[in-house]
Design a protein around this ligand. Structure first.
Ligand code: ADP
Length: 184
């Protein structure tokens, strides 16, 4: 978990590679569907472009389909899911039915100025349609408003690890690896 620009996609990909499991980014799946003009893409597009969350029912079904794929049998890393308490509940059910256990919930913390800097830089290179200034502001605000209950829930389960997400990719990767090593 982490706000937009915290580097969670990058770190999730690196964790997946290191552990030989897929990194599943709900944002990437939505964007691929928008680009391919699928029915799911049609549903998701207006939310993504406004910086709002895609409705839980849509997101949860999509995640379930993805985790049912054979490459997830040995485990998986989630990037950008869950973002609501309903998604937490759905993930619990999914993990029980697929006999997986939640090993850790890592939260990347980065201060707001650095986030905005990174997102503005990314906007210049990647051309994501939701990286315009007002949509960035809305995504940051939504994360700040919606995430606390999830952090409290996972903290009470003893699986939450807050990490400093500032600095280089390698520096953050080292903190992530240390956090995961103590939870092996
Ligand atoms: P960021 O964290 O920078 O916003 P993501 O690629 O993770 O980037 O998500 C992009 C957009 O995809 C979100 O703003 C939202 O519209 C949608 N999205 C991704 N994951 C979820 C989710 N778990 N629940 C609802 N909407 C989601």
């Amino acid at each position: 978990m982490g706000p937009p620009g915290s580097g969670k996609g990058t770190q999730a990909g690196d964790i997946g590679e290191r552990h030989g499991v897929p990194a599943i980014s709900t944002g990437d799946i939505f964007r691929a569907n928008v680009d391919a003009d699928t029915p799911l893409g049609h549903l998701a597009r207006e939310y993504i472009e406004a910086g709002e969350y895609v409705p839980d029912s849509v997101t949860i079904d999509m995640l379930r389909d993805r985790v049912d794929q054979p490459d997830c049998e040995q485990g998986f890393v989630l990037d950008g899911y869950p973002r609501t308490i309903a998604q937490v509940g759905a993930l619990d059910e999914l993990l029980t039915s697929t006999r997986h256990e939640l090993r850790a919930v890592l939260v990347l913390e980065v201060d707001r100025d650095e986030l905005v800097d990174r997102l503005v830089r990314r906007a210049a290179t990647e051309g994501r349609t939701d990286d315009s200034e007002d949509v960035i502001r809305r995504r940051l605000e939504l994360y700040a408003d919606e995430t606390d209950p999830l952090l409290s829930e996972y903290d009470s389960r003893g699986v939450l690890v807050r990490l400093d997400g500032s600095g280089t990719r390698a520096e953050v990767a080292e903190r992530v690896a240390e956090a995961l090593a103590v939870r092996a």
